[in-house]
Ligand binder design. Structure first.
Ligand SMILES: *Cc1c(COP(=O)(O)O)cnc(C)c1O
Length: 352
């Protein structure tokens, strides 16, 4: 694979963004900043943030055991998806392939960028078939986006099928691992050196508990990361987000780990209890922090949960392959037992 043949021509010739501070940013003597038209009176917020997010990337590098020049940070992984697509896909010409059902944002970003999005159906158990994906990936397809564990189905994709796709495709493969921490699987991070065409997405929004900060991570070869950095806007992540995320990683990782373990236990509890309810037709296995259920009266149950307790779940019935389903996020132990109680109460109201 030659990276230069995959990157859009206008991006190949783009020079990386640099500020007057880049050259001497690290010099201790330099402390009077009259270069960026900021308000000179010091507060926590008067200076532009580090456009390279150096400190945060170093913390992430340690956490993920990966070198920091293989990390790209976006304003949420949604921004990373957009930047990846704009780096590689020529609007009106190139195409991408995704799975269906999967995360809706891939198609949305493709449509916004005028890139055709071909969707390959998962099977009735939401399994990935590498052959069907590769069959769609003809010469105009620049990128394949997989999601594992998948949203909204919750399951991890077969490692072998994913490998066949990465090995059999002459373009970029993105694996969105937003939920990988909830799975008993290490994901593909340690395979980056094996696969130069691979980009892995992870996020601060789910297991790390920082959705509000809007921080998404892309991991790839240094060559790919360099191009993504050219395309991003210089100050895409606020200084406040950078410093809070840094502090959370440094000081609060142990409590995040405990929360993660509790969520996994609670997921198993919810699955076990939901399987006892006769009106629930199928509880899909989950490698994530949510559960997809196929149920009688899906819309009615959805409304009942909102009206009775203000408990909001997601109705996925309109999504391909997900007719009559609700997607329910694992909550705290109290929230989960209340949910189960409400679902039992609902059973009494229905004639099954
Ligand atoms: C939640 C989620 C994301 C994360 O998006 P952010 O912009 O980082 O909050 C990415 N992909 C999938 C599949 C998700 O469910």
């Amino acid at each position: 694979m030659n990276l230069k043949n995959l990157v859009r021509e206008n991006i190949l010739n783009l020079s990386p963004y640099s500020t007057a501070r880049d050259e001497e940013w690290k010099s201790d003597e330099l402390e009077i900043f009259l270069d960026a038209n900021e308000n000179p009176y010091d507060s926590d917020y008067n200076r532009y943030p580090d456009p390279h997010q150096t400190a945060l990337k170093e913390a992430i590098a340690k956490l993920k055991k990966i070198s920091s020049d293989k990390i790209f940070l976006g304003n949420g992984s949604d921004e990373a998806i957009d930047i990846i697509m704009r780096t590689f896909c020529e609007p009106g010409r190139d195409k991408i392939v995704t799975m269906k059902p999967s995360y809706a944002m891939y198609r949305t970003v493709a449509v916004i960028n005028n890139i055709e999005c071909r969707e390959v159906a998962l099977d009735d158990k939401f399994r990935l078939c590498s052959e069907s994906v590769l069959r769609e990936a003809d010469k105009d397809v620049k990128m394949i986006i997989l999601c594992s564990p998948n949203n909204p189905t919750g399951n991890l994709m077969s490692r072998r099928e994913v490998e066949k796709i990465i090995e059999g495709f002459n373009g970029i493969v993105v694996i969105d691992e937003a939920f990988i921490d909830f799975a008993d699987d290490e994901g593909f991070l340690s395979s980056l050196d094996t696969y130069p065409n691979l980009i892995i997405l992870q996020t601060f929004s789910k297991s790390l508990g920082m959705a509000s900060l809007r921080i998404g991570m892309a991991f790839a070869s240094q060559g790919i990361i360099d191009y993504l950095n050219r395309v991003k806007l210089p100050y895409n992540m606020s200084g406040v987000s950078q410093s809070i995320a840094f502090e959370q990683i440094m000081l609060h990782l142990d409590s995040k780990k405990k929360e993660l373990d509790e969520i996994k236990l609670q997921r198993d509890y919810l699955i076990k209890e939901m399987k006892k309810l006769p009106y629930i037709r199928y509880v899909y296995p989950s490698d994530s922090n949510f559960i997809l259920i196929k149920t009688l009266f899906a819309r009615d149950l959805y409304k009942d949960l909102i009206i009775e307790r203000g408990m909001i779940v997601r109705d996925k019935s309109n999504v391909f392959g997900c007719e009559d389903t609700l997607r329910i996020t694992v909550g705290t132990p109290e929230q989960n037992s209340l949910l189960i109680q409400l679902m039992k109460d609902y059973e009494k109201l229905t004639v099954c």
